[in-house]
Every structure is written in C-alpha cells, then in structure tokens.
Design a protein around this ligand. Structure first.
Ligand SMILES: CC(C)(COP(=O)(O)OP(=O)(O)OC[C@H]1O[C@@H](n2cnc3c(N)ncnc32)[C@H](O)[C@@H]1OP(=O)(O)O)[C@@H](O)C(=O)NCCC(=O)NCCS
Length: 151
C-alpha cells in the first residue's frame, strides 16, 4: 500500500475522488456548497495544482482517495510561522479503517517538513465526527473554532 503523487494523466481519477468528497461531506453539511464544481471546473483546477510546487496532490492506491496540501504564504501577523494546510482528504468508503488516510497524512507531514513547515492545519465540518476523530488520531488538536448562523 503506497500513496503516490498525482500525475497530469491521473487528474481525472483525482477529480472523481474530489467529487465524491463534495457529495459526501460539503454537499450534505453546507447548504451553499456547489457540488457541481468538481465536474465543471475540477480538471482545469487540478491540472494546474499538480504542477504547483507549493501544492501536494496525492492519490491513494488505485485512485481510491486523495489528499491536497498547500504551503501558505507568509503571514506578517504571525512571523516565524510556516504553515502547511491540509485542504482536502478522502478515502473510498470501501477502503476506510485500513490505514490509507493515515498514510496520506503521513506523506503530507513529510512533504510539509521538507518544505520548512513548522505547523500543519486542517479544517473539518463540526458535524463530521469521524473526520475529527481521525485528525485527532493524527496529532491535530482544536485551535480556532469557526461559528456560523443563518441570516
Ligand atoms: C477521514 C478519512 C479520510 C479517514 O481515512 P481512513 O483511511 O479510514 O483512516 P485510517 O484507517 O488511517 O484511520 C486511522 C485512525 O483514525 C481514526 N479514525 C478514522 N476514521 C474514523 C472514524 N470514522 N471514526 C472514529 N475514528 C476514526 C481511528 O483512530 C483510526 O485508527 P483505527 O482504525 O485503528 O481505529 C475517511 O474516513 C474519509 O474519507 N471520510 C469521508 C471524507 C471526509 O470526511 N474527509 C475529511 C474531510 S475534512
């Protein structure tokens, strides 16, 4: 079981996994989420991202999941912080609890450290209890809390 960096040829598989995440997570939990975005814009967006040295696009074995990481630009309000954000993560439903998510995140941590990061960040929907448990298992701890109300 080895995760790999997504190549330009694998972008369609990558986008299929992203579409699965939109449908399962944001599409169910955020009333404003545009679940058609991956099909409309995903190929062009991720074709650029796989070429961006500030980004990491990983595929799970067989295309059964993905991870997107990104080095954030320096923030003058937080001098000294070099932040790598875990922007997107999914493992195919039939392959969960087998360590693939952990392997994707371990590869992200290694890439982030190689690129000088001294902190990693991720956000998740508060209702996504499985993901929150997973991130705790990877060493993440709550830091900021995002609150929302309808108008
Ligand atoms: C979150 C996700 C990526 C985890 O992937 P995975 O391959 O199942 O994770 P792992 O097998 O590496 O899990 C490692 C550990 O994390 C914890 N964990 C993982 N999923 C969990 C869950 N649903 N509930 C509670 N703990 C969980 C466990 O401690 C697990 O170890 P264990 O299986 O020995 O108990 C996967 O469940 C997923 O794709 N979910 C849907 C999409 C999603 O929510 N993505 C995150 C958006 S922010």
């Amino acid at each position: 079981m080895t995760v790999s960096v997504c190549t330009a040829e694998e972008v369609p598989q990558f986008v299929a996994s992203v579409a699965g995440l939109f449908a399962e997570d944001g599409g169910r939990r955020d009333p404003f989420m545009d679940t058609g975005w991956p099909d409309r814009e995903g190929e062009a967006y991720y074709a650029d991202l796989v070429k961006d040295p500030a980004c990491l696009c990983l595929l799970a074995p067989g295309g059964g999941g993905h991870l997107v990481g990104r080095l954030r630009p320096p923030n003058p309000l937080r001098p000294g912080a070099v932040t790598a954000a875990l922007e997107s993560l999914r493992v195919d439903a039939g392959h969960r609890r087998a360590g693939i998510g952990g392997e994707l995140v371990a590869a992200f941590f290694a890439w982030a450290k190689e690129n000088g990061a001294n902190e990693m960040r991720v956000t998740a929907f508060a209702a996504n209890e499985g993901a929150l448990e997973f991130y705790r298992a990877q060493g993440f701890e709550p830091f900021e809390v995002s609150l929302r109300r309808s108008a």
